[in-house]
Design a binder for this molecule. Sequence first.
Ligand code: SF4
Ligand code: SF4
Length: 289
Amino acid sequence: LDEKLKKPEWIRAKLPNGQRFHEIKQILREQKLHTVCEEATCPNIGECFSKGTATFMIMGDICTRRCPFCDVGHGRPNPLDPNEPKHLAESVAAMRLKYVVVTSVDRDDLRDGGAQHFADCIGAVREMSPNTQIETLVPDFRGRLDIAVDILTQTPPDVMNHNLETVPRLYKQARPGADYAHSLQLLKDYKAKNPDVRTKSGLMVGLGETDEEILEVMRDMRAHNVDMLTIGQYLQPSDGHLPVLRYVHPDVFKMFEEKAYEMGFIHAAVGAMVRSSYHADEQAHEAGV
Ligand code: SF4
Ligand code: SF4
């Protein structure tokens, strides 16, 4: 029974290639910046880098949490790099990105969970690239919700993304240290203070949830005024990570997508290879950002 599920034919990653892909890799090395694309071994890396899209991971590559689906390293994080906002801004400018996703590991060790560092990064990018749109994919700021919402209300991104990742029944197992109700509250509070900023959240399928549980989470998101949705297939980064319990069929993704629009999401990116930041620029533009 330990045998792994066979990957169906619709799970496909395109091989990285192209001039732009290598150019971007080079810039990232020079600026010592981390991307989720690389750290999380995202299957879309070839396509995204070639298109000039990337998701930057700020505040280091060591997380204070240990989610068993996630490929990011954990342990004691390094101190914040005060030059990081500047390096990020320079990279975004050098890469001529029109749309950038900025995310971070979880920093439970910081007084504000890293909210001010996010704000500094937004500020630095805005200054050097005033026409670049910024999406922040934030950690849950658990225990620091109010202060984080205040800081990111003073310096707002164009899209505020926070992933619920999975259904509440699987939180203990898949997201130790996180809390479903808290994550929903963060999204709701942010929207209440920033009605013009689009809020966004995402889910993985294949961790043991049912379709009905996914629909229930989607309803919860709408009840907390989440504007945009992503759903994608969980893929096991290594044998040490949670196993894939099912590969969701494209027809079921289609059903989730249709339901999402019925429920009132402004945009839904739903499909096996969808990641939170996959085609984030197109998602945002289709959502009127
Ligand atoms: Fe990077 Fe997101 Fe594209 Fe994956 S989907 S390569 S994480 S930008
Ligand atoms: Fe990975 Fe985020 Fe969990 Fe940290 S909090 S282990 S970065 S999913």
